[in-house]
Design a protein around this ligand. Sequence first.
Ligand SMILES: *Cc1c(COP(=O)(O)O)cnc(C)c1O
Length: 384
Amino acid sequence: MTAPRPIALFDMKAQQALIRAELDRRFAAVLDSGAFINGPEVREVEAKLAEFAGCAHAVGVSSGTDALQIAMMAEGIGRGDAVFLPAFTYTATAEVPLVLGATPVFVDVDPVTFNIDLADLRRRLAMVQAEGRLRPRAVVGVDLFGLPADWPAIEALCAEHGMFALDDAAQAFGAALHGKRLGRWGHAAALSFYPTKTLGCYGDGGALLTDDADRAELYRQLRTHGEGKTRYEVLRTGMNGRLDTLQAAVLLCKLPLLADELASRTRIAAAYAEGLRGLLQVPTSIEGADHAWGLYSVLLPAGVDRARVQDSLKAAGVPTGIYYPKPLHHQPAYAAAHAGSIAGGPPPLPVSEMLCERILSLPMHPYLTEEEVARVIAAMRAVL
Ligand SMILES: *Cc1c(COP(=O)(O)O)cnc(C)c1O
C-alpha cells in the first residue's frame, strides 16, 4: 500500500494559486516604482486593515513582536513596571516587556478557553500591589488560537487600576466579540502577518490597530526611529519597525479572501468538533465570540502518550503541532524573571503546565477539503 498523501498543517499553496496573477501584477508595480520602503501600498493596506477591523487607525509594522514592542514603548513601559500576561502563549508576548526592562508577571489560563484567567489575574495584581515594589502598568490579553480573551473584563480591570490593555491578536485577526472585531478591544491590538497566521504575508510583517489618534501617531513615529515631521528631527528613541512595501502588496492580494477564509475555518472547526467530540476535549468558543480558528488545538485525555498519537497520525499523513510544549515561566530565559516577579515566589500555574502536556494542534487552514478533514478525524479515532 502506498503512503497516504500528506495533509498540510497550514496551507501555503492553494491560496497562492488563487491570487498568483494579482501577486505578479502587484509585485511588478512595486519593482517598477522602486518604493520599497513606505510605498503607497503600505498606506493602502493600512486603510483596508482599519476598515476590515472597523477601527480608526492601522499602523503597519515589521512583525507582531515589533507591534507589541512599539505599543509598550509608546506607553513608556520599562524598569519597575509589571506587565501581566498569560503563561500559556507564544514567547514574544513575554520577551517584549523583558527587552524593555519591565517585569512579566505570568498569569494562569482557563482550562476551557486557554485564555487568561481573570480570577488569577486579579489575585496576582493584588499581590504585586501589596508588595509595592513593581508598578502594575499593563495587561496583555492574548486571543490564543483565534479565540477572543474576556475583553470586557480585562478592559474593566485595566480602567479600574489605570493599566494599559494591550490585545496580542497575533493569532486572531478577523475574530470578533459582541459584534466588535479585535482591533477595537483594549487600547490597541497587535497583529502578526507571519505566513501561517489568519492573514499572513510572505515574510515578516505586523500592524497595530487602535481607535486612539494620539497612540496611532506615536506608533508611526516609533516605527521610524522616533522621527518627527522631517527625517532629521528625532523626537524620541524609536526603532526600525516598518512594514515592507512588498509585504503590504502581498497583504493587499490576500485581504479580499479573508472573510471567506474565516467562514471556511469556522466550517472546518465545526466538522472537527462533530467528529471528535467525546473522544477528547475539542476547543470551544465563548458567548458572543466569532472565533478566528487560527489554530485548532485539542486537549488529549490525561495519561495518553502524545508522542505516540503524533507518530500514528503522521503515519496516516496527518501532521500535528504542539503549541506550546513548555509554559513560559519554565523557559530558561524567563524563569529567573518569573521567580523574582512576586516576593517569596509567585503562586503555581497548574493549568498552563497541564495544557503543555496534553495540547495537540491539528491541521487547520481554509483550503482543507472535506475528505482531508474526514481523514484527520478517522486517524484520530483509530489511535485513541
Ligand atoms: C506569532 C505571534 C507573535 C509574534 O508575531 P511575529 O510576527 O512572529 O513577530 C506574538 N504573539 C503571539 C501570540 C503569536 O502567536
